[in-house]
Design a protein. Structure first.
Length: 147
């Protein structure tokens, strides 16, 4: 099936006090290459008392790339990682045989002021032979990425 001319509209998914626009999977397109899900977050104004707090949840057999255009999130996981993900930087979590993590509005953003959150989370299928690798998390700051 040719992808030429295929336009995929975002579909809203509520992830708890926060809505993401899911681009794939889509009825006519389950995956694009190794990409399982592509979620567009925002842009949304985060107001006091209405934070982006995605509670503990597991992943297995895949990786996620988090890239923010605006705002910040704190990533915590069962490896002991606690990382502030900032705009233009890349958070890369490989679940492998299994990891549990949270994504939350950082403490420094819970001061009663509003801010904008906007970014993407891209879920990538691991090759069959790596599906049960040890989990890991890496973070690359914006200034270390090529432009």
């Amino acid at each position: 099936m040719s992808n030429q001319g295929l336009i995929i509209e975002e579909r809203s998914r509520d992830i708890g006090d926060f809505i993401v626009g899911r681009l794939i999977p889509f009825r006519k397109k389950r995956m694009v290459g190794p990409f399982i899900f592509i979620d567009h977050m925002g842009p949304v104004t985060i107001k006091p008392g209405h934070y982006m707090d995605v509670g503990q949840h597991p992943h297995i057999g895949l990786s996620t790339l988090t890239y923010l255009l605006e705002g910040e999130i704190t990533h915590r996981d069962t490896l002991g990682t606690e990382q502030l993900v900032t705009p233009g930087s890349v958070g890369w979590m490989t679940a492998g045989k299994g990891i549990v993590h949270t994504e939350r509005t950082p403490q420094n953003r819970r001061d009663g002021s509003e801010f904008t959150a906007h970014g993407y989370q891209i879920w990538v299928a691991l090759p069959k032979e790596l599906e049960f690798m040890e989990p890991q998390f890496s973070y690359t700051p914006k200034e270390d990425l090529p432009t």
